[in-house]
Ligand binder design. Sequence first.
Ligand SMILES: Nc1ncnc2c1ncn2[C@@H]1O[C@H](COP(=O)(O)OP(=O)(O)OP(=O)(O)O)[C@@H](O)[C@H]1O
Length: 264
Amino acid sequence: MLTLLDVYAGYGGGDVLQGLNITVEPASVTCVLGPNGAGKSTVLRVISGLIRPRQGTVLLGSTRIENLTAPQILELGIAQVPQSGALFPRMSVRENILLGGYLIRRQRKLLEERYSAVAELVPLLTQRPNTPAGNLSGGQRRMLEIGRALMLDPAVVLLDEPSLGLDPKSLAAVTALIRSMRDQGKTILLVEQNVRLGLALSTHGMVMEGGRVRLTGTASEVTNHPEIASLYLGALQPQSSDTTQPPTPKRAPPTASGIRQGNP
Ligand SMILES: Nc1ncnc2c1ncn2[C@@H]1O[C@H](COP(=O)(O)OP(=O)(O)OP(=O)(O)O)[C@@H](O)[C@H]1O
């Protein structure tokens, strides 16, 4: 269980997160929704230790992690896949992936076992291990970025906009990879502009606004919530099975009414 209690955090110009409360169940996939600037990526950065909260508590199980460093949090089993551009273009596929196993670099056998396990999910690792990352397509790079985060076999994976800029074929591959991670029982927090896709991949949904949780529910509750449907999924549109076309998110209105209100 991952829990954020009354978290305030920002970048020096004031708090972006304004008393955030979140509970994430083990082995769940939570899609974080909200308008631009709501603080979705900031939540991921707080959990992974890239930003230290000014106030509040972050718990992994019963362990407080809000004052730990990013490497310490990684070691506890929380890995973040940042938005794209996080690979070393001149290094090979294999070298990039091995960087994800830096903390276990001296345990050669374990490192190779992990490489093989990740290669099951990301075939590129066996197909083109020596190709420089800079020569890969956008979709292949995204697969590699996610694969690298799996090298420590994290219990919790934080994904920031995994579908961003992908063509339909790459999107299908990345979607399948996230589904495999979900089936392996990983706890996943997903920030996704493609709301329909994000909710389809998720067990839970959480809508943020102004640095707070506005409402939470199961993915189907959030999908079927009339306000969310009209804001993000296109009101009065029948649900399409085509999840590859991102809807245009609109800004949420200031008034709140929801399934379960956040920040109780
Ligand atoms: N590195 C940074 N330094 C200063 N301000 C930042 C930084 N990163 C984000 N912000 C600001 O924090 C606020 C929340 O940003 P965040 O990236 O968490 O939003 P978001 O909900 O993920 O939206 P988006 O979809 O636009 O990324 C925004 O006003 C943004 O300008």
